[in-house]
Write a protein that binds this ligand. Structure first.
Ligand code: FES
Length: 574
């Protein structure tokens, strides 16, 4: 899978003589590149998700310049190229619809071009998994540089976190406890610097994931985007990728079963986003390594929750960095993880973090004195989710983790929006809200709507959490007793599609169960009458996605993208 040591892949383009060599070099020279640059230097692709439509990655042009400095310094030849950049707050109907498209674009761009290695510049949620999935299906030396989180939000003398405080404040506005004017002011206060979400949402989770996998330099996860040490890390990343080419340290040597297991264990200790499960599964399947939902549960089970960050705790990424960052967490977990897993700097994860120090035990707890003894994410099964569903236990209400309630069913997202605030809606806080047709094929794209806001009339009563179940996802910044990723999804006839108002549902997280208390015979009768809903996507990428996307428990990749095609392209373009 790797590139032969001593022979640069790019030489098959730039090292050629005759017409082919002329074609590959001449047009590039219009950028002012001297002739000698094309020979004997590792060509480093800098895959940049910069975009003004993606504010979380809008500082990446600057960051790329520091990567280039490092590449030049180490004797490489950097070439920056753009990749489809997806922003969580902008893209409709949901970024997840396009994660696989971005991964496909990145894979083909890396393979098709004269690159010896690639630096992936990632930030906002989907930009990390999509780039890593694409690179995994090629197999060159690869290193990830995350863009870094925003500084802590500051509002009326208190810290506020991306997303997490938005969900809280908007419920306070709906219940009448918070004014519209204050809500508007909070907009500017929440996002006051460059960078991605500053909670342990999906972007921060992904930045931790790449460091845990060994795919980024130590310290990558938490350095704020606005801190000069992020630029320094970019410079070092550029230097290191050139060395990785000479060492033939390709992605296949780093992402293996042990690295994936490390990522799962570390994610549990930091209470990372539930989206982590879907993305890591997709990455594992690109790498040809088996990792299933049972692994997540089994590996997470013994791992105590150490990190006190929103949405499960109270601090933010800036605090995490000052407390020691991910190295301090990894050091705490040295008794659990595979310390001999290789990382991009050529050292093992154990060696990298052996000397890490924690500077604030309220932010990063010790294994001896954890924030919670229990795992942060649980995988449940039952007749409502035969292939599994997930819940972020650390962000749930403990009393609701063992519960029996009446289903209040919303047939689709429009039905939910129309009826949730209807004063006549038959619902109380013991009921269980069920939302259908928000899975991978059903929406399409499995949007982050699983944490459905509660009915206004219950908010006014002071209710702040209820059990919610859907085949959709939830923002990593969100919280509540929310069962997600129900598989098989309702759109393909999973039992979720058959739930009716008034059915009883039994939640038993301790025993990892989620069951609809309806007999098999009754479910069979209902199935006979069930009709799959249609969708308006009859052409283009969305149709291709619906036709080929796999279920959530498999990572929601397109079936034909699973695996790798390597880096070789034998045919010339002219
Ligand atoms: Fe981009 Fe949260 S919206 S990281």
């Amino acid at each position: 899978m790797g590139v032969n040591k001593g022979k640069l892949r790019s030489a098959d383009w730039f090292g050629k003589s005759g017409q082919d060599g002329f074609i590959h070099r001449s047009w590039m020279k219009n950028q002012g590149i001297p002739h000698e640059e094309f020979f004997g230097k590792p060509v480093i692709g800098i895959c940049n998700t910069w975009s003004e439509l993606n504010p979380c990655n809008a500082h990446f042009r600057d960051l790329a310049q520091y990567v280039k400095k490092g590449v030049y310094q180490a004797g490489g030849f950097p070439l920056e190229f753009p990749a489809l950049s997806l922003n969580e707050t902008m893209v409709r109907p949901t970024t997840m619809l396009f994660r696989n498209l971005a991964s496909m674009e990145v894979e083909e761009m890396i393979r098709a071009n004269p690159l010896d290695a690639v630096v992936l510049l990632c930030g906002c949620d989907k930009t990390t998994p999509s780039l890593l999935m694409g690179a995994a299906s090629v197999g060159l030396p690869t290193i990830v540089l995350s863009g870094g989180p925003m500084l802590n939000g500051k509002f009326k003398g208190a810290d506020i976190g991306s997303g997490t405080d938005l969900w809280k404040l908007s419920e306070d506005v709906r219940s009448g406890e918070f004014s519209e004017a204050d809500f508007t002011e909070a907009e500017s206060c929440m996002s006051r610097s460059i960078g991605h979400c500053n909670t342990m949402g999906t972007a921060s989770t992904m930045a931790c994931m790449v460091e845990s996998l060994g795919m980024a330099l130590p310290g990558n996860a938490a350095i704020p985007a606005a801190d000069a040490r992020r630029r320094e890390l970019a410079h070092r990343t550029g230097k290191r990728i050139v060395e990785m080419v000479h060492e033939d340290l390709h992605i296949g040597k780093i992402i293996n079963k042990n690295a994936l297991e490390n990522a799962v264990m570390i994610n549990s200790a930091i209470a990372g986003s539930t989206n982590f499960i879907i993305h890591l599964t997709a990455i594992a399947r690109r790498m040809g390594v088996h990792l299933d939902l049972a692994d997540f549960d089994k590996l997470s089970n013994d791992i105590p929750l150490l990190l006190n960050l929103m949405p499960s705790g109270k601090y933010l990424m800036e605090d995490f960095y000052y407390a020691g960052g991910l190295p301090a967490v990894i050091k705490e977990l040295e008794g659990y993880i595979h310390n001999d897993a290789l990382t991009v700097n050529g050292k093992t994860i154990g060696e990298n973090n052996a000397a890490a120090v924690c500077y604030n035990r309220d932010v990063i707890h010790s294994v001896e004195n954890p924030l919670e003894k229990e795992s942060s994410i649980a995988v449940v099964r039952g007749n409502l989710c035969e292939d599994g569903a997930v819940i972020k236990v650390s962000a749930a209400t403990p009393e609701l983790l063992s519960h029996r309630g009446r289903a209040v069913v919303f047939e689709n997202i429009e039905d939910y929006h129309e009826r949730v605030d209807d004063p006549n809606l038959d619902i109380d806080e013991k009921d269980i809200m069920v939302l259908k047709y928000v899975g991978p094929k059903g929406y399409p794209g499995m949007p982050e709507v699983g944490n459905m806001p509660l009915p206004k009339k219950l908010l006014k009563k002071g209710v702040r959490d209820m059990v919610r179940i859907s085949d959709g996802r939830m923002s990593g910044t969100a919280f509540g007793t929310v069962f997600l990723h129900v598989s098989p999804e309702s759109f393909i006839g999973g039992n979720l599609a058959l739930v009716q108002n008034g059915d009883w549902i039994h939640v038993d997280v301790e025993n990892r169960r989620l069951d609809l208390e309806v007999s098999d015979a009754e479910l069979q009768e209902r199935r006979k009458k069930w009709q799959p809903p249609g969708h308006p996507y009859n052409r283009g990428y969305a149709k291709q996605y619906i036709d080929h996307v796999e279920q959530a428990h498999l990572g929601a990749d397109l079936d034909f993208l699973v695996g790798s095609s390597g880096h070789e392209v034998k045919r010339e373009s002219h």
